[in-house]
Write a protein that binds this ligand. Structure first.
Ligand SMILES: [Zn+2]
Length: 155
């Protein structure tokens, strides 16, 4: 199978999602030359703002493989990942990202991907949402406990 075949499946999922009441996004995760997980956007169906196609596909793949580390996997997504999904992809250690539409295409049909990317570029105090430090010294205790924990599962 080729990259185009996997992307066409992601695009097909995005179209099916629109028909079924979800957002126009689909994603597949490929490992060792075959699809191991595929998903579409379920935000409005599940009332879950994090139920983006990429996050749903990652959850499916990690459940299947019984690991939080998707090293060796690639993701094919019908749209450039939003900042949340991009972060999830990095956290999952997915190797490569292929996308069809980009963040500007998503903005053109009313999605916030581009807006959120621009928020990330701003300093916290300049963002549209209030964001300020609170009790940073008290918050450090768990970090110190983690630093000293001998049997931690690092990720
Ligand atoms: Zn996303």
């Amino acid at each position: 199978m080729e990259k185009e075949t996997w992307m066409r499946r992601a695009i097909q999922l995005s179209e099916e999602s629109v028909r079924q009441g979800g957002g126009p996004f689909g994603a597949v995760i490929v490992k060792d030359g075959r699809i191991i997980a595929e998903a579409s956007n379920r935000v409005t169906i599940d009332n879950d703002p994090t139920a983006h196609a990429e996050v749903n596909a990652i959850r499916m793949a990690t459940r299947l493989l019984k690991t939080f580390d998707l090293t060796g996997c690639d993701i094919y997504t019908s749209c450039e990942p939003c900042p949340m999904c991009l972060g999830a992809i990095y956290w999952a250690r997915i190797d490569r990202i292929y996308y069809a539409n980009d963040r500007q295409d998503a903005a053109d049909i009313g999605f916030d991907d581009d807006f959120i990317y621009r928020e990330i570029d701003r300093l916290p105090a300049e963002r549209h949402k209030l964001m300020q430090p609170l009790l940073p010294e008290e918050g450090k205790k768990a970090f110190e406990m983690w630093r000293q924990k001998a049997d931690k599962a690092a990720y």
